[in-house]
Unconditional design. Structure first.
Length: 270
């Protein structure tokens, strides 16, 4: 399935995430004349992108989309869906990246059960994200293939078997980049506490996380084995891991954090 099979595509909401997807689709070979961006107040960068590629940039959704992508914040979803309904026909696939908005809500407001609900994360903005996706029962095999092709512009797509699993996806990967960023903050702060200059400690912490991520991307070895490969018996890494892997260490702390994020996702979704 190619990106050409997704046109005409209407993208409602071309903020950071939406525009990142659009750029990925064009780079991946989607015909520019098959893409319409709906953004009432486009940023200058978005307007320049649309103009340079000959992409339609409008304030209201047009009619007759093969695929309708909803990429807006949940706070404005009611007004957005009311306007987007005109783009939904009998063959339209709806792909939503609106956090917390349930399939039932999308289907009721848009008049179709062909809905794929997704949860991407912010590294999608550089094509390195991971997106959890759930397909409603009415989604066809062809619809699913089209959704996979579209989500590939953001990075990796992982399908889940139940919509409630997206609350866990939100807790693990949707919110996950913030956990990693905070880890960098904590490592740098610890380095400062031990005597390093603040700028030096931040460079070391930041590049360590970037490098470790690149190593994981290049090596299919399990994370636990990669950890063991760095750890010499009785060495400095082992001393640190004795703290991080203690009964009250990082593992239990992360479990509590993920559980709190999942619970909040459930609450926000109603």
């Amino acid at each position: 399935m190619s990106l050409s099979d997704a046109v005409p595509l209407v993208l409602v909401g071309a903020g950071k995430m939406g525009s990142a997807l659009a750029r990925g689709w064009i780079a991946g070979g989607m015909p520019a004349d098959g893409l319409t961006l709906v953004e009432p107040a486009p940023a200058p960068e978005l307007a320049a992108f649309a103009t340079s590629h000959g992409i339609a940039l409008v304030a209201e959704p047009p009619a007759a989309a093969r695929v309708l992508v909803i990429a807006v914040k949940p706070q404005v979803i009611d007004a957005v869906l009311a306007g987007a309904k005109r783009a939904v026909g009998s063959e339209t696939l709806v792909v939503s990246i609106a956090a917390g908005v349930r399939v039932e809500t999308l289907a009721d407001r848009l008049g179709t059960g062909r809905v794929v609900r997704t949860m991407p994360n912010t590294p999608a903005q550089v094509g390195k994200g991971v997106t959890g996706a759930f397909a409603a029962a009415s989604v066809t095999t062809a619809d699913r293939a089209i959704a996979e092709a579209l989500l590939a512009a953001a990075g990796l797509a992982v399908w889940v078997g139940a919509e409630t699993d997206l609350d866990i996806v939100t807790a693990v990967s949707g919110s996950g980049p913030a956990y990693v960023f905070h880890l960098v903050e904590a490592m740098a702060a610890a380095g400062v506490a031990e005597g390093l200059e603040e700028a030096t400690a931040m460079v070391l912490a930041r590049q360590t996380v970037i490098g470790a991520a690149a190593l994981m991307a290049a090596d299919d070895t399990e994370a636990a084995q990669l950890r063991e490969n760095v750890t010499s018996r009785g060495g400095t890494t082992a001393a640190a891991l004795d703290i991080l892997m203690a009964p009250d260490g990082l593992g239990p702390l992360m479990r509590r954090a993920i559980a709190a994020a999942r619970q909040r996702s459930e609450e926000l979704g109603g």
